[in-house]
Design a binder for this molecule. Sequence first.
Ligand SMILES: Nc1ncnc2c1ncn2[C@@H]1O[C@H](COP(=O)(O)OP(=O)(O)OP(=O)(O)O)[C@@H](O)[C@H]1O
Ligand SMILES: Nc1nc2c(c(=O)[nH]1)N=C(CO)CN2
Length: 170
Amino acid sequence: MKTAYIALGTNIEPREEYLTSALEILRKDNKIHINQQSSIYETAPVGYADQADFLNMVIELETFLSAFDLLELCQTIERQLGRKKLIRFGPRTIDLDILVYNQENRKTDVLTIPHPRMHERAFVLIPLHEIAPGLLLYKGGKTVSDCIKALSESDIKDVTRWTNKGLAEE
Ligand SMILES: Nc1ncnc2c1ncn2[C@@H]1O[C@H](COP(=O)(O)OP(=O)(O)OP(=O)(O)O)[C@@H](O)[C@H]1O
Ligand SMILES: Nc1nc2c(c(=O)[nH]1)N=C(CO)CN2
């Protein structure tokens, strides 16, 4: 069994339903077991400003799937929930990014782990800190807590807790 962390994001209504549906699909998959989920956070858009605020959350799961099969599953869920790739960093019904997979390092055309932009994204680090503050993001390197210390106050201010844990939790 491998332990992986996935970030979920959505900024097209009904945002909460998209999160709930993605979690439901993951829970029904017998190759996945969700160990932990963060609260949901409402976050200002990063990278492409002219779009609605996001809901973001992070989950920790155990799985028999390889990193590539897990990516394939994430992309199948995105397609099932109507995600269309129109603008880079733009609006989406649901986005599932693999943050960390079994402390492995990989850089291929289709998959880079750890996720190359996670260490600078408050919308990822703050939910992740809630469930795994000591998680190493780089081999021998920084933890989630270390990366949060490097964020600016304005990055942190753009992320506010939207619900406590409990969304569709079993
Ligand atoms: N760790 C990863 N998790 C998910 N997708 C990844 C990862 N590494 C590379 N990719 C690749 O990134 C491609 C683009 O993904 P996507 O369209 O979701 O990007 P994005 O969400 O707009 O931007 P970002 O990757 O910065 O979050 C995917 O087709 C996938 O092959
Ligand atoms: N707040 C926020 N901003 C984003 C997000 C996201 O999930 N949340 N995802 C992006 C593309 O991955 C680009 N910008």
